[in-house]
Design a protein around this ligand. Structure first.
Ligand code: URA
Length: 235
């Protein structure tokens, strides 16, 4: 098995993160530092990551949906000492990491798991699934702006792929808009609205593919059902 996959399956991190660990010389097979990307692990090999021995498939796989509150980062630790999503899933013994990112100021659905393979496939640019956001934005979201968002807008050197956009409510000075995108560029939804002239005031992710946030309270999480896990794997 490829070394990055082996590390991901052991629940240490995502496959992409494993590639970084390998490139940085943090991984040994049978005592030798391996920096070669395509390295294979054979039966009986001893793999050590950051000085700790690992065994693939030993960690029980756990999958949760978390409703991320405002003011939390979606990394496992933060150099500015801000709260992280890991602070919200403290009573699960396995170390879970977030699948993808949400901004500090974005709320809503984030999956957390120790299944590095699922993380890898869900976040891989090739098979990104539609993610649904509800944004409250300042100003009027005209039909012309909706059309531009749907078609794709330039967010600074990158033109977004077609999006699904629905104005749920237009108030005199603000609007509530549902927007579904497949890509996950940094601050993409905020930048898309900025590109058409609307500033995002609040942003919530309400679904990842068919997996819905539903009534999960802010700051709370629930374990995914077997069907939901199978669904995510099928994506
Ligand atoms: N788009 C954003 O702008 N922010 C997020 O957190 C997610 C998508």
């Amino acid at each position: 098995m490829r070394l990055n996959k082996y590390i991901a399956q052991a629940g240490i991190c995502s496959r992409r993160k494993a590639d970084e660990l390998i490139a940085n010389g943090n991984v040994k097979i049978n005592g030798a530092v391996i920096t070669e990307m395509g390295a294979q692990v054979e039966n009986g090999d001893k793999v050590i990551v950051n000085g700790k021995p690992i065994e693939a498939e030993t960690a029980k796989k756990v999958y949760v949906a978390l409703n991320k509150p405002l003011g939390y980062v979606t990394t496992m630790s933060d150099d500015k000492d801000r709260l992280t999503v890991a602070d919200l899933v403290t009573d699960i013994p396995e170390r879970l990491f977030p699948v993808g990112r949400l901004d500090y100021n974005t709320t809503g659905l984030i999956i957390m798991t120790n299944d590095g393979d699922l993380t890898y496939s869900l976040t891989h640019p090739k098979h990104e699934v539609y993610k649904t956001y509800v944004a409250t934005v300042a100003g009027v979201v005209s039909d012309k702006r909706v059309a531009a968002l749907r078609k794709g807008v330039d967010i600074g050197g990158f033109v977004t792929s077609p999006a699904k956009v629905k104005v749920l409510k237009q108030n005199p000075r603000s609007a509530v808009v549902e927007i579904q995108i497949r890509e996950g560029k940094n601050r993409q939804v905020r930048k898309m609205f900025a590109a058409v002239g609307n500033k995002v005031q609040t942003l919530e992710r309400v679904a990842i593919g068919d997996l819905k946030l539903g009534r999960l309270m802010t700051g709370h999480y629930r374990k995914l059902t077997r069907q939901e896990i199978e669904y995510l794997k099928s994506l």
